[in-house]
Design a protein around this ligand. Structure first.
Ligand SMILES: NC(=O)c1ccc[n+]([C@@H]2O[C@H](COP(=O)([O-])OP(=O)(O)OC[C@H]3O[C@@H](n4cnc5c(N)ncnc54)[C@H](O)[C@@H]3O)[C@@H](O)[C@H]2O)c1
Length: 378
């Protein structure tokens, strides 16, 4: 492969399932951006990518494995959107190639695999190369507004962060890879790495211990794959202690699609409270100085999203379509880092920490005790 020295960025998409297609739609709206290659061993996924590419489809190279892509492709940036359990092995040659790299969440299925990728990143680093983890819930507009309140100081000393995700069951994936924890890392890694990442980001602190209770009570119990029943947890409560004395909780339910908001985030400091109601696109701010039950409601303005992204969201519903514009914002931010020669906003270290917190939560459920982060970070 060879890297371009021009300002136009050439992309290769590895894994063109649901998320790979979302990346294609987001990248198509960006200036000086070309998708030059797609790589997927599954013919229907390649067909879906070609359809998404529209008139660009005939100029895009198609590969069925990463080795062939690396041997023959010419690109500057790779988006790795293959199943979780393939990230560790596929990221290795991609890191060695020197290309800029966006790795979908979770970085890997275990903290150990994440650590190995961090070592590889250090060994293969070249000046200006950007390696980014797709923890894109940071870029959902209501989350960004909550973060702005946290940073402004208006809430005072941040003490409690409560994240509730009540949503639909896991979707069907190509070859049903997401039905087994060995492939996903377990629900609290696969799904909840987003929320553990938000906890560290909002509280600006590091986790010290994790206590969790959870189970697979409702979903996928009547499914079988080669005689095996899925083993993926569908509900949990997780409590995390942080090194600055703040605490956070996660309330996850995956059989609760009959709800108003998929995600509700509440942040309380000694001066006030901010709440992000993500699906409704609403942020509430209440300051204790203003008196009991006084809040300001702020609808979230998403006018900065290109119309193609907004249109896709409307067509695909809140669940599937570009994650409230966050995939698009993530690419805008990553391109700024590449073009301005700055570092990634979401690093492999962030990816490691979000996986390690999920791993600690799974261990806590199995052992019925709090798990110190030092037990999983080693
Ligand atoms: N950021 C988010 O919010 C978000 C949302 C959904 C999924 N994801 C992540 O994106 C990744 C893909 O998930 P998905 O929902 O698109 O799954 P999917 O099953 O829809 O697509 C995965 C694709 O990867 C392909 N693939 C498998 N092995 C490959 C290989 N060796 N090389 C190239 N391609 C290969 C499959 O054939 C399939 O087309 C996962 O890591 C998932 O956790 C992130």
């Amino acid at each position: 492969m060879s890297l371009s020295s021009t300002t136009s960025l050439r992309y290769a998409i590895v894994g063109t399932g649901m998320m790979g297609i979302e990346h294609i739609h987001a990248l198509q709206t960006l200036a000086d951006t070309r998708i030059v290659a797609v790589c997927d061993p599954h013919a229907p996924s390649i067909s879906a990518a070609r359809k998404a590419l529209g008139p660009d489809r005939d100029s895009v190279e198609v590969y069925t494995d990463v080795e062939a892509l690396l041997a023959n492709g010419e690109f500057d940036v790779v988006v790795l959107a293959s199943p979780n359990h393939t990230h560790r092995a596929l990221a290795e040659p991609l890191l060695r190639s020197g290309a800029h790299l966006l790795i979908e969440k979770p970085l890997c299925t275990t903290a150990q695999d994440c650590r190995e990728l961090l070592t590889l990143e250090r060994e293969t680093q070249r000046p200006g190369r950007v390696v980014w983890v797709g923890l894109e819930y940071r870029y959902m507009a209501p989350t960004m507004q909550l973060l702005a309140h946290a940073r402004s100081g208006v809430l005072g000393n941040l003490r409690m962060l409560a994240i509730r995700e009540h949503r639909f069951p896991f979707l069907v994936k190509v070859q049903d890879w997401n039905r087994f924890s060995a492939n996903t890392g377990g629900t609290l890694v696969e799904k909840c790495c987003h929320f553990f990442d938000l906890m560290r980001l909002v509280l600006q602190a590091e986790p010290t211990s994790v206590y969790a209770s959870g189970a697979q009570d409702v979903n996928h119990l009547d499914e079988t794959y080669d005689g095996r029943t899925p083993d993926i947890l569908d509900n949990a409560f997780v409590v995390v202690d942080f090194d600055n004395g703040a605490r956070a909780s996660l309330d996850l339910c995956m059989f609760a699609e009959a709800t108003k908001n998929e995600q509700e985030i509440s942040l309380v400091g000694d001066l006030g409270k901010a709440e992000a109601l993500v699906t409704q696109g609403l942020v509430r701010l209440g300051l204790r100085a203003d008196g009991w039950l006084q809040t300001n409601e702020q609808p979230i303005n998403t006018a900065e999203l290109p119309s193609a992204v907004q249109h896709h969201e409307i067509n695909h519903g809140a669940h599937h379509g570009l994650h409230h514009g966050s995939s698009w914002r993530e690419h805008v931010a990553m391109q700024q880092a590449i073009r301005n020669n700055t570092t990634a906003e979401v690093t492999l270290h962030d990816g490691l920490m979000s996986v390690a917190m999920g791993e600690a939560a799974h261990r806590s459920i199995a052992a019925h005790r709090p798990v110190a982060m030092s037990e999983v970070l080693l």
